[in-house]
Design a protein around this ligand. Structure first.
Ligand SMILES: *[C@@H]1O[C@H](CO)[C@@H](O)[C@H](O)[C@H]1NC(C)=O
Ligand SMILES: *[C@@H]1O[C@H](CO)[C@@H](O)[C@H](O)[C@H]1NC(C)=O
Ligand SMILES: *[C@@H]1O[C@H](CO)[C@@H](O)[C@H](O)[C@H]1NC(C)=O
Length: 165
């Protein structure tokens, strides 16, 4: 009887583990984003945005988290390159320390370690925007330390969906 219970617990554990493979968590936590080819010292392991799709003319709340192995210096930039149907649609460069670090009560330089930043961004709208449709853009996010040459710290790519009311 005791052996039966031990076996039961064992089987339950196997079933439980199998229904939640670790890759599921990884994929979900990056919202479909992937690391760019190459190796980068500060890896983002969590990305999400709310609402998803973002809505043109409204704010979007973006969360990123990950692990720095290199100090993020004052003057670091986050460069977002946006492609639509394979062509560069626009580039959105920002001061990483101001837009991401300081709004979360931290300050550059940011020492190596775990980080989590939440920032609110306006989704601009223009009179010539499409109407009543959702567009899926391809985004490439790169974070650079200042200097000559700049050091690429992070590179992540994936879809960003914007709904045009
Ligand atoms: C977006 O957020 C900013 C500041 O957080 C706020 O002042 C503004 O009213 C918001 N805009 C919209 C459209 O909700
Ligand atoms: C990233 O953005 C900064 C600030 O606009 C710019 O100076 C820099 O050249 C950009 N870097 C790349 C590689 O595009
Ligand atoms: C918006 O698009 C949907 C589906 O594409 C369509 O059914 C609907 O009538 C459209 N609404 C307006 C206001 O154009």
């Amino acid at each position: 009887m005791r052996q039966f219970f031990v076996l039961l617990i064992f089987l339950t554990l196997i079933t439980f583990t199998k229904s939640f493979p670790s890759s599921t968590f990884r994929r979900d936590s990056l919202s479909g984003y992937t690391q760019c080819e190459g190796t980068f010292p500060n890896e983002i392991t969590t990305v999400s945005y709310e609402p998803n799709p973002a809505i043109a003319g409204e704010n979007v709340t973006v969360t990123i988290a990950g692990m720095n192995t290199v100090t993020v210096q004052e003057g670091a930039t986050l460069n977002a390159t946006v492609l639509y149907q394979g062509k560069q649609a626009f580039v959105h460069n920002m001061d990483f320390c101001k837009v991401w670090v300081e709004v979360n009560g931290d300050k550059c330089p940011v020492s190596p370690g775990y980080f989590e930043y939440i920032t609110i961004m306006p989704m601009e709208s223009h009179p010539d925007d499409p109407k009543n449709t959702t567009i899926s853009y391809d985004y490439i996010f790169q974070i650079y330390n200042p200097g000559d040459p700049k050091t690429e710290l992070t590179c992540l790519k994936g879809k960003f969906d914007v709904s045009y009311p």
